[in-house]
Design a protein around this ligand. Structure first.
Ligand code: PHE
Length: 465
């Protein structure tokens, strides 16, 4: 148990930014964005996405960071501090990351397995991919329940070890090195990818403007897809930006940070597309999203690159691993901060170590259950979903996140308007104050409702539009 009763604070604004961008940049950028952009109208999707980022993402980021710094506590305590009536919104932001962590960790474990296997190929080791067909390699791995569970556990253990060390000595120290490394690795993969023969088709798939997808009710589908992506990728409505904001000194400019984070996140999402899509096109493979893209298609691409394949394979999966673990760290910190801050207030003692272990082990159990399910091979359906990962995703990303964000916008856009504006103005001129309040009041709630309806529609295949 830690003796000091200091909650912890970011050592520098750069450190905070690396942690926050690390949270934002994750699997969502690498496997969601490029494909969604491609099928959602290319440049047309990008435009819509950018509009959403400016009118909703930037607004909600400001709100959550300010709520955290104002109340100086994790998400449940933060909403409770505003009024006990709002505690339930805080709980939504606590349950969602817990659910996401289960499958996120499993996927993080998969990245480790793939990085290790590509490394093995470099030495012709028996534990390498050994040119096995991408699909077969993946199938064999996920049906090996013991192996995939072990990777999940190792991934969570690493996450725990970083969160245990605290805000500046753990999270900040790690992300300050990891995020620039991720950036460099991404540039290396992009250079290889766009210089492959036939790369241009990948670029066309992703960027070619196609406004026809907006026709009829198509725009609702695209809007919901872009909206869902926007706030998953910005780690919103997860209590995370509230917790990260609570470690931000009063002298730092919240408003400026709320602009930089989405810009960095979007740049990396586009870069991820530049790294992935041209390579997929060059190998003559189908574009796709999700685990299939990352673990089947791309491994097949690396297999086809000859001697350089394992090198790029290793660099690529290592960078996806970094993206995943910096997000997992934030998810765990988001939930650990809740009991830590509660106890700190009651007893004056910081019990980070104890709660990181307790919650970390609960997440391990959850992660192992999801891994045993092996993408739907073994267990009966959960929340109506055959694949447990999808069930967890439905409840968290599909329902809790848009609903939580909607309620947050209502509370701070209509009922308690001044609280956060004052907090943001402390360290910033906040010239966009009017714009902020306008968006928070009208645009954000409407958008969140649309996303909610759109997610439910697509998750259940209801075919409403
Ligand atoms: N933002 C991360 C991504 O894009 C995922 C994430 C969601 C992380 C919510 C934390 C909270 O993959």
């Amino acid at each position: 148990m830690e003796k000091d009763n200091n909650r912890g604070q970011w050592g520098s604004n750069f450190g905070f930014l690396m942690a926050a961008v690390g949270s934002a940049v994750g699997l969502g950028n690498l496997w969601g964005f490029p494909y969604k952009m491609g099928v959602g109208g290319g440049f047309a999707f990008l435009l819509l996405y950018l509009i959403l980022v400016v009118f909703v993402g930037y607004i909600m980021l400001n709100t959550e960071l300010a709520l955290g710094r104002k109340t100086g506590t994790g998400v449940v305590g933060a909403y409770r501090a505003i009024s006990t009536k709002y505690t339930a919104i805080g709980w939504m932001g606590a349950i969602a990351p817990f659910l996401i962590l289960g499958f996120y960790s499993m996927l993080g474990g998969y990245c480790m397995k793939y990085a290790v296997s590509n490394l093995g190929d470099l030495f012709n080791a028996s534990w390498g991919v050994n040119s096995a067909d991408g699909g077969e390699f993946f199938g064999t791995f996920i049906s090996n329940q013991a192996e995939s569970s072990i990777y999940t556990v190792v991934f969570i253990a690493l996450t725990i070890l970083i969160v245990l060390r605290g805000v500046s000595k753990g999270i900040e120290k790690f992300t300050k090195v990891a995020m620039p490394a991720l950036f460099v690795m991404l540039v290396i993969v992009i250079i290889r990818s766009v210089t492959l023969p036939g790369a241009i088709e990948g670029l066309e798939f992703m960027f070619k403007p196609d406004f026809s997808v907006f026709q009829g009710t198509g725009w609702i589908t695209v809007l919901a897809s872009a909206g869902g992506q926007m706030f998953f990728t910005l780690s919103l409505a997860m209590g995370i930006m509230v917790a990260y904001g609570s470690y931000l000194p009063k002298t730092q400019d919240i408003n400026k940070n709320a602009m930089i984070i989405p810009i960095a996140d979007t740049v990396i999402a586009i870069m991820a597309g530049l790294a992935i899509m041209p390579a997929v096109a060059s190998a003559g493979m189908e574009f796709g999203a999700g685990p299939g893209l990352l673990f089947v298609t791309l491994q097949t691409v690396f297999n086809g690159l000859g001697i350089a394949g394992p090198i790029f394979g290793f660099i690529f999966y290592a960078l996806v691993f970094i993206a995943a673990i910096t997000s997992a760290i934030s998810l765990l910190e988001g939930i650990v901060s809740i009991p830590v801050d509660k106890k700190l207030k009651e007893t004056g003692i910081n019990q980070r170590t104890k709660y990181t272990w307790i919650l970390g082990i609960l997440v391990m159990i959850e992660g192992v259950l999801v891994s045993l399910d092996g993408l739907g091979t073994y267990f009966p359906p959960l929340f109506g979903k055959f694949i447990w990962l999808d069930g967890f995703d439905l409840v968290s990303e599909g329902i809790l996140m848009p609903l939580g964000a909607f309620l947050t916008a209502i509370v701070f856009g209509w009922i308690r308007k001044d609280v956060l504006v004052d907090e943001i103005s402390l360290s910033s001129e906040f010239k966009s104050k009017k714009f902020y309040l306008f968006c928070l009041k009208y645009l954000a709630p409407v958008m969140m409702l649309l996303v909610l309806v759109g997610q439910i529609n697509s998750f259940f295949g209801l075919g409403w539009f």
